[in-house]
Design a protein around this ligand. Structure first.
Ligand code: NAP
Length: 437
């Protein structure tokens, strides 16, 4: 059953792309005709209106998610800002954690230094880190975008999120959406792309010119970061080994993984130890992985272990900003020194970094067919709590997307169905996906 599902989802990637190539133009037409359709007037930066959004008014479980149509819409307040009408958003594990208060102290400080004194100022809080949508307004110094442009971006966790009708970001954080993807597909990529690029390039020292034939191990290869990173590294010519559950093997191999190790097998670590040593490990799992992963790296050759699971935000949450940051820094320093002295390998933490120009590069790889969106599940805007529940159940196989502008999507969908490109085969693929979701 598991392998059937994996095969279906791998096939779906291709079907989605066929369909998306046809739908991009129609989506574009459809979305341009519906700008400013609701509460925000045609000069949104000057007149604030209300918008619909999913918000939280306190931290907690799924019950704290609240739908509203009365949230004050954001507006362009700085010369470099871009206002985007959200068509699709996607969820990341961070959204579930932030709903429960993860990172609250540090993010609150970054969001609004005054809120450190008054924690209620951070609510209502909008979650959702990815956006694919259409530019509706630009600040006076914005040079790369004009209203009507289809864009994608990862919304930094300290800014109001994308589970809302509109978001405002700086020009630097935004990028033109790949033409070959629908908004639903595009929304699955920005946050994992910015995170993976930051981890692999800034911390891992890899880039498209240096990654060729480098041996990279990705732990947790079947999730959002993993499925993206496999494809990026393969596009750069690296040799990619992945750890994942056995039932995800078909998916990760379909995305290009050269070698796959089932981490649930009793001899998983032994299997990895018998392999040629690695230049870079991207750890998406954390915990005990650190204990055995260091020995898999090439000693004294600049090899790097980069984990995305750092204790920084947990430390600041539990110990306060200063003590927590100091403790996290101390931990990082100790581990880095210990690993370089004992094993001759670099120990690093990777973090999401907003970066529109990096998304421009990813856009080219997507339009060249080298990176496919891996959308495991999609939900309408009315079912955001169900989307959170899906994510909380774990065992992700790619990304969970929320279609925010449902009417726009339906309109675009109808146009696709009426066009010669809306083939029975691609429809069947979509239906298959829905069944599996
Ligand atoms: N530092 C940052 O800025 C940053 C940014 C983004 C993400 N992250 C973190 O990076 C991690 C990965 O993010 P993501 O978006 O890829 O998460 P995800 O979509 O939830 O994927 C996690 C994947 O790991 C698999 N998995 C679980 N345990 C495993 C193990 N022991 N070995 C191998 N695979 C395992 C899961 O499937 P099965 O359980 O079925 O095996 C799932 O496919 C998360 O912890 C996230 O919080 C950090």
């Amino acid at each position: 059953m598991g392998s059937v599902r994996v095969m279906a989802s791998t096939r779906l990637l291709c079907l989605f792309n066929t369909k998306a190539a046809c739908s991009a133009k129609t989506l574009s037409r459809a979305s341009r005709s519906v700008c400013f359709k609701r509460h925000v007037c045609s000069s949104p930066s000057r007149l604030q209106g209300c918008m619909s959004a999913w918000v939280i008014d306190q931290y907690g479980t799924n019950e704290v998610l609240r739908y509203t149509e009365d949230l004050t819409a954001p507006s362009v307040n700085a010369a470099s800002e871009v206002m985007i009408k959200v068509h699709s958003a996607s969820l990341n594990p961070l959204d579930v954690s932030m709903r429960g208060g993860y990172g609250a102290k540090l993010l609150r400080l970054r969001r609004d230094p005054m809120s450190v004194m008054d924690s209620d100022r951070e609510f209502p809080l909008v979650l959702g880190r990815d956006v694919s949508g259409v530019v509706v307004d630009c600040g006076s110094e914005v040079t790369h975008f004009v209203p009507g442009d289809e864009v994608w971006a990862a919304v930094p966790p300290w800014k109001p999120g994308s589970l809302s009708e509109y978001v405002v970001l700086t020009e630097y954080e935004v990028s033109l959406k790949p033409k070959s993807l629908s908004h639903t597909e595009a929304a699955s990529i920005p946050y994992v792309a910015n995170t993976a690029l930051s981890a692999l390039v800034n911390a891992g020292g890899l880039c498209k010119d240096s990654a060729s034939n480098k041996r990279v191990l990705i732990t947790g290869g079947s999730g959002g970061i993993g499925t993206f990173s496999i494809q990026l590294l393969k596009a750069w010519g690296a040799h990619v080994t992945v750890t994942c559950s056995q039932n995800a093997e078909g998916l990760v191999r379909g995305l290009g993984a050269d070698e796959v190790v089932d981490y649930t097998a009793e001899d998983a670590t032994e299997q990895l130890e018998t392999m040629e040593k690695f230049d870079v490990i991207l750890d998406n799992v954390g915990g005990e992985t650190e204990e055995w992963a260091m020995g898999l790296l090439k000693p004294w050759s600049g090899a790097k272990y980069v984990t995305l699971v750092s204790p920084l935000l947990l430390s600041t949450d539990s110990m306060g900003l200063l003590d927590g940051a100091f403790r996290a820094g101390f931990t990082l320093h100790n581990k880095a020194v210990q690993n370089i002295i004992s094993s001759g390998v670099f120990y690093r933490w990777g973090f999401y970094t907003p970066d529109g120009p990096a998304l421009d590069e990813i856009s080219k790889l997507v339009d060249a067919g080298k990176i496919l969106p891996v959308v495991e599940a999609q939900f309408p805007f009315t079912q955001v709590p169900q989307a959170f529940q899906k994510l909380e159940e774990g065992h992700a196989r790619g990304k969970t997307v929320v279609r925010v502008a449902e009417e726009d999507d339906r309109q675009a969908e109808e146009l696709v169905q009426n066009s010669p490109c809306g083939t029975a085969e691609s429809e069947q693929g979509v239906q298959e996906s829905a069944k599996h979701n």
